[in-house]
Design a protein around this ligand. Structure first.
Ligand SMILES: NC(=O)c1ccc[n+]([C@@H]2O[C@H](COP(=O)([O-])OP(=O)(O)OC[C@H]3O[C@@H](n4cnc5c(N)ncnc54)[C@H](O)[C@@H]3O)[C@@H](O)[C@H]2O)c1
Length: 395
């Protein structure tokens, strides 16, 4: 089969390594910044000593640094507007987003609104133009993660409609991504599991999506390999430097792969759960990951066989992609991952969840169109689980 035509352009300057975040003042000076807004989670340095060190280094520099705290929770329209106002007030010539995907996504949308001189609501009601940014954004992730540090997406919830939707454009991308695994060491086990499953799901989706390309596959499968054998280790021992390093690198690579390719059904079903319950993004994706892959394997078994190999699941003679699903079920069980019913979702929510998922963009990136019945069926399978038992993977 010939390779379908594709284009590839992902211009984010990446610096990876333990201690790289301490070089932030130098990076900012090198790019000519003077008045810097640092957007971060409220109080994060109290539970993340590596972030405290980065803030100390910024304070000790000659830069004028304005600290802007994002309230807890995933980005909402109000949070974007508040951050926009603070960046404008500070007349910032560079923005640093130091946090998880929520902080980075807030910074992307706020930088855009500052440039356009509008609120986020006004932007959504407009013709949605995305000019080339006039000030640089430096993303420094503290989770592993969303890959938002290299992506052109920003996911924002509208609490009024209960919808979680995103904006996406190459011009939303940060100019620099500084990935320092030490910033993730403070994540507790459940957050490690939730954010890590999100990253792994993104890497797998990049291989499954109908817009996959050989470049995306190569990056995604290496990301799956790095994370497949380190997510459980990082969950069991947050101080495992090797596992943290592999997760931070794998998560960033999953972000690249997702941008070269796309996410698929797991994100649409997950975001529907997030819209209805407000549960953490990675948690919602993990709740439906095995169920959506179980459906996709019928259409792209060969691609899921490659995922199974990257995950290190031993061959079992099936050749139908079921090995990858079994590997994911095993991992979720070993991570003690919650089940959908644990969020208080019941049968009566299935139609609303199905409506939300069917209206979501990522579902359209699936290798084969999903019917309403299939979406509802995947939610119903997830809801039927009372607990997670490791699947038997034949050796
Ligand atoms: N733009 C993209 O490409 C993209 C991709 C996937 C997900 N997302 C979005 O990203 C958001 C989720 O981001 P996330 O999973 O990184 O979590 P998050 O940013 O929502 O953070 C979750 C919580 O973890 C805390 N936290 C962050 N780092 C920590 C650390 N090192 N130690 C201890 N606590 C820490 C935060 O303070 C917060 O309370 C969602 O809104 C999701 O929709 C965006």
């Amino acid at each position: 089969m010939t390779i379908s035509p594709f284009a590839n352009h992902l211009p984010v300057k990446i610096q990876f390594g333990e201690g790289t975040a301490l070089q932030l003042p130098k990076l900012l000076q090198d790019i000519g910044a003077d008045r810097v807004v640092v957007l971060l989670d409220e109080g994060i340095e109290q539970y993340n000593p590596a972030v405290a060190q980065v803030l100390d280094a910024l304070r000790a520099s000659a830069l004028t640094v304005t600290r802007v705290s994002k309230p807890a929770g995933e980005p909402t329209i109000a949070m974007i507007d508040a951050a926009t106002a603070r960046i404008r007030e500070a007349a910032a010539d560079a923005v640093v987003a130091l946090g998880g995907g929520s902080v980075i996504d807030t910074a992307k949308a706020a930088r855009l609104c500052v440039q356009l001189g509008c609120t986020f609501g006004e932007f959504l009601a407009s013709a949605l133009t995305y000019p080339a940014p006039d000030i640089p954004l430096i993303a420094v992730p503290t989770t592993a993660g969303t890959g938002s540090e290299v992506s052109g997406g920003s996911v924002v919830s509208d609490p009024e409609t209960g919808r979680k939707a995103g904006i996406a454009n190459p011009h939303l991308r940060p100019q620099h991504a500084v990935i320092d695994p030490q910033l993730t060491w403070s994540m507790p086990p459940s957050m490690t599991a939730n954010t890590g499953i999100d990253a792994l799901a993104q890497a797998i989706a990049a291989v499954v999506a109908k817009v996959r390309t050989p470049i995306g596959d190569a990056i995604a499968l290496e990301a799956v390999r790095l994370m497949g054998d380190s997510l459980l280790a990082a969950y069991l021992d947050g101080g495992d430097r090797v596992a943290r390093s592999r997760m931070a690198c794998g998560s960033m690579m999953a972000g690249l792969a997702m941008n070269i390719s796309d996410c698929t059904a797991e994100h649409s079903l997950g975001q529907a759960i997030g819209g209805l319950t407000g549960a953490a993004h990675g948690l919602t994706v993990g709740l439906v990951l095995a169920e959506t892959l179980e459906r996709e394997r019928q259409f792209v078994p060969d691609r899921l066989e490659r995922v199974a190999d990257a995950l290190g699941v031993p061959p079992d003679g099936t050749h139908d992609g079921s090995r990858a699903v079994a590997g994911i079920r095993n991992l979720l069980a070993n991570l003690g991952f919650p089940v959908l019913s644990g969020l208080g979702i019941t049968e009566t929510d299935l139609d609303r969840l199905t409506d939300l998922a069917l209206a979501d963009y990522f579902l359209t990136m699936s290798p084969h169109p999903w019917s309403r019945q299939e979406v509802r069926g995947a939610f119903a399978s997830a809801l039927a689980l009372q607990s997670r038992q490791p699947a038997v993977v034949a050796g």
